[in-house]
Design a protein around this ligand. Structure first.
Ligand code: PLP
Length: 461
């Protein structure tokens, strides 16, 4: 095999334009954090040095994508740019019929409305927030059928995104195949920390669902990252290209929803895809109501041009190796400082375990929230809480106490350098050195819904 694959993950691109960042002092950051109520979502992005809040829509586009923007055909109907995007999706993913949408959740809304009836059951390999909500709004109920290992942050299973076929079999026995319009399969499962499903598992799932006449719908938001892990970890795929692996994954499913803001290297956009004419016809009717005409679906012509180019670039082996390589590099560097992280490191981010980082705090002290605030004050690095604040309250008013109390470091694609990555790990190491002095937080304002976005805190004294 090509020996280059054993070397460093260095970027397969160089810089032609840069965005200048404001450099801040510790005193400025302390004031900014206080003003933001110790909630990183309430910081102004101009006060942030390295922004690891999310990898959604934060990608850097290439010179080819920027020049494609200029070729955008802004016709209301039948835009050339739509056909470029359709052509890329058919060529690289292999789906037959495409409906563009403004982003992933727009596709989820339409797909759920077309396929789900009241009382239906949708088994899936872990939920995603917007995906599950649209399934529920359409009258369905989500059932988790992911392998148990996915729920254990320190289990080093190489394919924590796999489906447990026994769990699926139990769901089919209990409700009957007729009430299951499709199995919802995410590649590189976001909520499990960016963990892949294996081709072997997907093939077994395909064989089973074909017997039962149940569709597989693919949440392909992170399919290229999943293909990279298959290439690295699964027997028989070492010599296959990401492009071939992605096409094979898609060929084992009947349709898809996509947020192009992730793997497809753009800042906005998405689509729904299906191989069934009837499903397409219905979706094409609905998209006009919710998104826009079926040849633009809420997107400008230039957005569709950028997606067409982004899809192709995302399937380049060197790109994907550098993308996941950078995330792994960050995880390894943190580990070398003794910082507790979730293993194995996922495709899009590193998750720091705030419970072991700050063992002197209880969950009522909001340890992950406090740690995210400290990391920002230390360095200007913005991360986010995934713990008790994100989990919210039960219907009876008590907090949910999730097992995991994590700080998420999500890495935008092609945006930061290796030196930035070093700065992030060093900042966390500096906070780790003084961890015993870190105090918990008190919540002083709590919104009713999705409180993590707007809640405000003060340090406990
Ligand atoms: C981001 C995401 C979505 C939703 O897409 P948006 O473009 O944010 O609407 C759906 N599924 C997964 C796995 C995602 O990561």
């Amino acid at each position: 095999m090509d020996t280059i694959l054993k070397r460093s993950w260095a970027e397969p691109y160089k810089m032609k334009m840069v965005e200048l960042l404001k450099m801040t002092t510790r005193a400025q950051r302390s004031r900014a954090m206080k003003k933001a109520g110790y909630n990183t979502f309430l910081l102004r992005s101009e006060d942030v040095y390295i922004d690891l809040l999310t990898d959604s829509g934060t990608n850097a586009m290439s010179d080819r994508q920027w020049s494609a923007l200029m070729l955008g055909d802004e016709a209301y109907a039948g835009s050339k740019s739509y056909y470029h995007m359709e052509n890329a999706i058919q060529k690289y993913y292999g789906y037959k019929y495409i409906v563009p949408t403004h982003q992933g959740r727009g596709a989820e809304n339409i797909l759920s409305k077309v396929l789900i009836k009241k009382g239906d059951i949708i088994p899936g390999n872990m939920y995603f927030t917007t995906t599950r909500l649209h399934q529920e709004l359409a009258g369905g109920k989500f059932v988790d059928i992911i392998v148990d290992e996915a729920h254990d942050p320190f289990n080093e299973h190489p394919f924590k995104g796999n489906v447990d076929l026994n769990k699926l079999e139990a769901v089919v026995k209990k409700y009957g195949a007729k009430r299951i319009p499709y199995v919802s399969i995410a590649t590189n499962v976001n909520m499990a920390g960016g963990q892949p499903i294996s081709m072997k598992n997907l093939k077994e799932l395909r064989a089973y669902t074909q017997k039962k006449n149940i569709r597989i719908i693919h949440d392909m938001t992170r399919v290229a990252e999943n293909a990279y892990f298959i290439q690295q970890r699964e027997k028989g795929y070492e010599k296959r290209s990401i492009r071939e692996i992605v096409k094979e994954i898609c060929s084992l499913t009947d349709g898809a929803t996509m947020s192009a803001k992730k793997d497809a290297l753009v800042n906005i956009g998405g689509f729904m895809a299906t191989n069934e004419w009837e499903v397409f016809e219905e979706a094409r009717n609905l998209v006009v109501v919710y998104e826009g005409l079926h040849t633009y679906g809420g997107l400008a012509g230039r957005d569709m041009e950028a997606i067409a180019v982004g899809i192709e670039e995302s399937l380049n082996d060197h790109h994907q190796r550098a993308r996941v390589g950078q995330v792994e590099y960050l995880g390894n560097k943190m580990e070398s400082y003794g910082i507790p992280i979730v293993k194995p490191v996922g495709g899009h981010g590193v998750f720091v375990d705030a419970k072991s980082f700050l063992p002197h705090l209880t969950q009522d002290d909001f340890p992950a929230q406090a740690l995210a605030a400290e990391i920002y004050i230390e360095s200007g690095v913005r991360t986010m809480e995934r713990g008790i604040v994100s989990a919210g309250r039960k219907p009876n008013g008590e907090h949910y106490y999730p097992k995991l109390e994590l700080v998420r470091f999500t890495v935008p694609r092609r945006v930061y350098t290796q030196a930035h990555t070093d700065v992030v790990a060093e900042a966390v190491a500096a906070v780790f050195e003084r961890r015993k002095k870190i105090k918990g937080l008190r919540m002083v304002y709590e919104p009713k819904y999705l409180r993590f976005f707007q809640a405000r805190f003060e340090p406990k004294v």
